[in-house]
Design a protein around this ligand. Structure first.
Ligand code: Q0Z
Length: 286
């Protein structure tokens, strides 16, 4: 990539600058579990996530403008507008899981949202809640209250971010539910464009930025299987791995089963054959 300057690395993605106004976001096939990137890749995982993000960006344009300019032929690279990113993670939760469940169990509240007593793990909340978090440079994002988040970005922008994120989440979860996938929660990244407009950026509504659960297995009262990573988690648990770096190599059957689950999520949600995406990634934008 001679004309792209590397400007950032995530656990499984790379970010390049194309010029002053444009970035290239490249999704690799790396996979992480229990916060560790494994030594084995899952072929096409980055393409599935890139295609899904593009699909959602196109279908949510009337809710919020987004950073997408185009998808490259490789299916894993998104050209996007360079924005001024908000210094908060915009998380929406429709179900009580992960840090939301932990915080509720300890305090009865999540990010300042007082919830009814007696809720069980993975329960569907009466209404989705906006639960902002700080952006940790390394380590874990920390949940914060709306008041703390409003201090970081300003009250007006905070209110607009909350409204937009709740609307995006409600749209996507209804869409996904009709296709057998529960989107339990999701993390949005928002930025401001040159005119000060709030813009949806990064990846959106993928299994890496959200919890996807198989709807037909949903049973509140405990943790739910992951739509995409459950084979990987089960295998890793069975090896007795202590969940510190380095993680175990994945056997072929775990890789193949996991790839199939990612492709299944893509096809169920988009209604597009994954081979058609590979032939022309921009099919998800039409
Ligand atoms: C996204 C990230 C990745 C490492 C910055 N449109 C945008 N404008 C400005 N900044 C960003 C975006 Cl998407 C931006 N990240 C997250 C992505 C590798 C970090 F692929 N950081």
């Amino acid at each position: 990539m001679p004309d792209a300057v590397h400007v950032g690395s995530g656990k499984v993605r790379e970010l390049y600058a194309l010029d002053d106004e444009r970035l290239l976001l490249v999704a690799s096939d790396r996979i992480s579990t229990f916060d560790v990137v494994l030594p084995t890749e899952v072929p096409d995982k980055g393409r599935v996530l890139t295609g899904l993000s593009g699909f959602w960006f196109t279908r949510t344009r009337s809710i919020a403008p987004n950073h997408l300019l185009g998808l490259r032929e490789d299916g894993r690279s998104t050209e996007c507008r360079r924005l001024e990113m908000l210094p908060i993670e915009c998380v929406v939760r429709g179900y009580l899981s992960g840090s939301g469940w932990r915080d509720y169990s300890a305090t009865g509240a999540v990010c300042g949202h007082e919830l009814p007593a007696g809720l069980v793990e993975s329960t569907r909340l009466p209404e989705p809640i906006f639960t902002p978090a700080t952006k940790a440079q390394s380590g874990h994002d920390e949940n914060i209250t709306g008041a703390q988040a409003a201090e970081l970005v300003g009250a007006e922008l905070y209110a607009e971010a909350e409204r937009v994120c709740l609307e995006l989440y409600r749209f996507a979860r209804e869409y996904a539910a009709a296709r057998g996938i529960v989107i339990a929660d999701t993390k949005f990244e928002l930025g401001l464009d040159g005119e000060g407009r709030l813009v949806l950026a990064d990846e959106a509504l993928t299994p890496d930025s959200s919890r996807f659960w198989p709807a037909d297995e949903y049973t509140p009262g405990g943790p739910q299987p992951s739509f995409d990573k459950q084979f990987v988690r089960d295998f890793c648990e069975a090896t007795g791995w202590d969940k510190t770096y380095p993680g175990p190599e994945l056997p072929e059957e775990v890789v193949n089963g996991t790839r199939a689950r990612y492709v299944e999520a893509f096809e169920r949600l988009t209604g597009i054959a994954f081979d058609d995406y590979l032939a022309d990634p921009e099919v998800v934008l039409r």
